[in-house]
Each structure stands twice: as structure tokens, then as C-alpha cells.
Design a binder for this molecule. Structure first.
Ligand code: FAD
Length: 476
């Protein structure tokens, strides 16, 4: 007999797991959530919120915000007549402390949400033991727990490179990169993905000389081709030194920094030295110590738990959501899947539309997209019409002193249904929601073109892009 019994046991308390647990409890299930990370709260218990709240989305956005304010104070204030007496400077420990407070508040808040929704929090690592009379038996810390339904939400961990050991002091993954005690003079970033660009931006804004080394030949090949081109132009102008097509060679790490040999895109041997190095070359699904074999759970060669479109694994009543399964590694995708699975367990029609999961890079300008890129439509032979409007043509963007970038809308040539929207510009992360809603409702570009948008707002550029699909923009 297990020590504790539940209807639903969620393993992992990140965005996928904690949201699944709350929704399952709302639906009337006796629910527990097990979490075992090393980020202890003041009571010494693991914090909830997973990668996202502890060492991902939230702390990175807190640092992006502070560094943005710093850059504005340094460069934008004088252009608008705001004078500061003395040189603008950054107190890094204060910035990090503020970031930590935001993390404390949010992670603690989830424990409060668990109480409110009657989810039992189990501090401890979950690993399968086998099958019991009432479901699956899982060891959580020193206790055994039995549950009819299991939701695995064990997330991901940073991928490291052979020969470049991460100590999170000199060579850092996301954990160390969010906790520097000072601004490095020279910072190296391996990997020009979302995390590399965001972290590189934080420290560049604060004064680091940042070099980003990317193995792929094309910059941001995952984004729409026009957006990638504009982003490279803007980031280079900001002073981010981005090199693509690079092969990393021997790396020597000392207490003073890193010396790194690499071959550039033309095959030339080069050397690079920096005080600190961030390794951001992707993340790997986390099934460490889950003991999947004890119950015959299917895990792919890439370490992902194999699931269908509804996050069902090969085992009855066992589901997996978030970074540990296929699809984009994004907190909002994990949360959607968590809700879907809880509702399926309750016999409802849980649903998660992968075609309308937005992607965002919180650089300056921000980059956001949903749906297909222009190159994908070309490759798939889908006929489309495109409308593209720069923020330069928008009064609010000019008034705010931030007119970089554009909105690009792609719509089916036959039906006019919106197939993709790509934004590079201020507040792109917020603007993309309109496109997501439109696409979820199967809207045509004409629908958006005929909707009244408040003036003066940046959303008028989305409106104009919709008008531009039909070649009738009014302000460009
Ligand atoms: P996780 O958040 O990784 O949570 C899994 C949890 O399970 C962890 O707390 C882990 O300790 C726990 N766990 C693992 N195994 C066990 C076990 N056996 N027993 C008990 N507990 C276990 N996404 C966005 O959408 N927007 C962003 O802006 C964004 N920014 C990011 C910035 C950075 C620097 C990083 C690293 C990531 C960012 N992400 C962002 C990605 C986002 O953090 C992840 O997609 C999201 O956290 C995935 O949620 P999850 O619940 O699947 O897994």
C-alpha cells in the first residue's frame, strides 16, 4: 500500500506541471504535484515554476527590462531633452537582487495558488516504481505515491558542449548568465538562438563587448527571412558582433576567462578571448531519474517522451507535456498542454493548436511571430499574398522614438485566410496576440483590415499590414 493516493499525480512543477495540477484540481480530482529542483525557498523547499520562473522567462525578462531602461537613460533620454547629472551607471548586485525578488514573489505565488486550488505539493524527486492496484506507483522523495493518472512535466535542461565544462561562473548556461555579479568587459555567447540573443542583449546594453558565435550558416533561420535580415542589421548596428557558420575548436578556461579557437564561415582559423562565456546551444528534455523503464514508458532517442497530438504516452492514463515532449520549448505551449491533458482526463475535449503557438524574442526591437514564414509557404508551394508595413509610418512609433522594424502579414492567395504574421518592432510580444486570435478564429486579412484599431497605437501597423495584403494601405 502506497503512503499517499491521488487521482492525478503531476511530476514536475514548471509551467506545464503546475498549470496541469491546478486545472486537474479545479475539475475535481484529488491532485498532487511533485517538484525536486535545487532552488530552495525560505522554508528550504523546492520552488515551483520550473525553468520558466526560476532561471528562464521571468528572470531573463527582469534583466532585459533593467538593461533596456539603462540603455534608454544613456541613449534615448538625451535625444528627448532629458538630462541626467553625471554618467549613467549600473549597480549589478541591485539589478540581480530586484530580479531575485520578482522570482521569489512569483514562485511563492504558485504555492499560494496550490493552496487555493487544493493541490498537494510534494517536495521530492518523482520516479516510477511500477504498477499498483489503484494505478501507477511513484516514489517521491522518501514516500510512495499511487495515482490513477500521471502527468509528466519534467521539462528540459541546458545542452552543454563537449570540451567546454560549465561552472556557471566563467562558463555559464542560463543559470549563471542570469546571475553575473558584474558586467564582463568581453562576453562570448555560443549560439544565436532566442536565449543567446536575449542574454547577449542584456550584457551588451550594460556595456559588455559581446560576440555571438553561431554554427548554422544563416542567422535566425527559424524566423521569417525578412525579419532575420532586419534583425541582423539592427543587432549589428547596436554593436552585437554576430558570426555565423562558425565551428568551435579548442577552448581553454582559466579563472581569468576563456580562450577559444574557432573556424569562421570562410574556413579561416581564428581565436577569441573573453572574460565570460555563455553556452546557449539549445535544451534537452529532462527524464533524469524518472525510471521510465520501470513502467515501459516510451522515450525517443532524443530523450523526448513520445506522445500523440493530445500528449498521450504509450501507457494508459500517463500523459507528458511541455519541454519534455515534441514541439517548441515555450512556457505558454507547456501551459496549454497542461490544461488540455487535465481536461482530457476529465472526459472533456482538451485541445492545443500547435499552428497558433506564438514565438517571441524579447530583444530590442522585440521579434514575434505566429504561423508560417514566407520561406515555408514557398517550400510548401502555397500561393500567398503579403502585406508589409514599417513602424516608421506610424505616429505612435515615431512619437515614442522607436520606429524600427515592420509588421508582415501572409495570407492565402485563394481564400485570404491569414497564414502567418511576423513582427519586428517595439511591443511585438503584445502585438502578436491580435494575430494569434485572428488565426485561431480562421480570420482573413480582410477581417483585420475592416476592424477599427485605436489611434494612435502600434496596433495600427498590424491593421495597415492587413490592408497592404490587398494593396490598399492608407498610411504607407
Ligand atoms: P520546466 O519549466 O523545465 O519545469 C520542469 C520542472 O520539473 C523543473 O522544475 C524540474 O526541477 C522538475 N522535475 C524534473 N524532473 C523531476 C522529477 N523526476 N521529479 C520532480 N520534479 C522534477 N519560454 C517562453 O515561453 N517565453 C520566454 O520568454 C522564455 N524565456 C526563457 C529564457 C531562458 C533563459 C530559458 C532557459 C528558457 C526560456 N523559456 C521561455 C522556455 C521556458 O522556460 C520553458 O519552455 C518552460 O519552462 C517549460 O516548462 P515545463 O513545465 O515543460 O518545464
Amino acid at each position: 500500500m502506497a503512503d499517499k493516493q491521488f487521482d492525478v499525480l503531476v511530476i514536475g512543477g514548471g509551467p506545464g506541471g503546475y498549470v496541469a495540477a491546478i486545472r486537474a484540481a479545479q475539475l475535481g480530482f484529488k491532485t498532487a504535484c511533485a517538484e525536486s529542483n535545487p532552488y530552495a525557498d525560505p522554508k528550504g523547499e523546492p520552488r515551483l515554476g520550473g525553468t520558466c520562473l526560476n532561471v528562464g522567462c521571468i528572470p531573463s525578462k527582469a534583466l532585459l527590462h533593467t538593461s533596456h531602461l539603462f540603455e534608454e537613460a544613456e541613449h534615448a533620454f538625451p535625444t528627448q531633452g532629458i538630462k541626467l547629472s553625471g554618467k549613467v551607471s549600473i549597480d549589478v548586485p541591485v539589478m540581480i537582487e530586484r530580479k531575485n525578488k520578482v522570482v521569489d514573489q512569483l514562485t511563492g505565488g504558485i504555492k499560494g495558488l496550490f493552496k487555493k486550488n487544493k493541490v498537494t505539493f510534494l517536495a521530492g524527486h518523482g520516479s516510477f516504481e511500477g504498477n499498483g492496484a489503484g494505478g501507477y506507483v511513484v516514489k517521491v522523495g522518501a514516500e510512495t505515491v499511487e495515482a490513477k493518472h500521471i502527468i509528466i512535466a519534467t521539462g528540459s535542461k541546458p545542452r552543454h558542449l563537449p570540451g567546454i565544462p560549465v561552472d556557471n561562473k566563467i562558463v555559464c548556461d542560463n543559470v549563471g548568465a542570469l546571475d553575473f555579479d558584474s558586467v564582463p568587459k568581453k562576453l562570448g555567447v555560443i549560439g544565436a538562438g532566442v536565449i543567446g540573443l536575449e542574454m547577449g542583449s542584456v550584457w551588451r546594453r550594460l556595456g559588455s563587448e559581446v560576440t555571438v558565435l553561431e554554427a548554422l550558416p544563416d542567422f535566425m533561420s527559424f524566423a521569417d527571412v525578412d525579419v532575420a535580415k532586419e534583425a541582423l542589421k539592427v543587432f549589428n548596428k547596436q554593436g552585437l558582433n554576430i558570426q555565423t557558420g562558425v565551428t568551435i575548436g579548442e577552448t581553454k578556461v582559466s579563472k581569468k576567462g576563456v580562450s577559444l579557437a574557432y573556424t569562421d564561415k570562410d574556413g579561416k582559423e581564428a581565436k577569441f578571448e573573453c572574460d565570460r562565456l555563455i553556452v546557449s546551444v539549445g535544451r534537452v528534455p529532462n527524464t533524469d531519474g524518472l525510471n521510465a523503464a520501470a513502467v515501459g514508458l516510451n522515450v525517443s532517442d532524443r530523450g523526448q517522451i513520445v506522445v500523440d497530438g493530445h500528449c498521450r504516452t504509450n501507457l494508459p492514463n500517463v500523459y507528458a507535456v511541455g519541454d519534455v515532449v515534441r514541439g517548441p520549448m515555450l512556457a505558454h505551449k507547456a501551459m496549454e498542454e497542461g490544461v488540455m491533458v487535465a481536461e482530457i482526463i476529465a472526459g472533456q475535449a482538451g485541445h492545443c493548436n500547435m499552428d497558433t503557438v506564438p514565438g517571441v524574442i524579447y530583444t530590442s526591437p522585440e521579434i514575434a511571430w505566429v504561423g508560417k514564414t514566407e520561406q515555408q509557404l514557398k517550400a510548401e508551394g502555397i500561393a500567398y499574398r503579403a502585406g508589409k508595413i514599417p513602424f516608421m509610418a506610424n505616429g505612435r512609433a515615431l512619437g515614442s522614438g522607436d520606429p524600427t522594424g515592420f509588421v508582415k502579414m501572409l495570407a492565402c492567395a485563394q481564400t485570404d485566410r491569414i497564414l502567418g504574421v511576423h513582427i519586428i518592432g517595439a511591443n511585438a510580444s503584445e502585438l502578436i496576440s491580435e494575430a494569434v486570435v485572428a488565426m485561431e478564429f480562421g480570420a482573413a486579412s480582410e477581417d483585420l483590415a475592416r476592424i477599427c484599431h485605436a489611434h494612435p497605437t502600434l496596433s495600427e501597423v498590424v491593421h495597415e499590414a492587413a490592408l497592404a495584403v490587398d494593396k490598399r494601405p492608407l498610411h504607407f
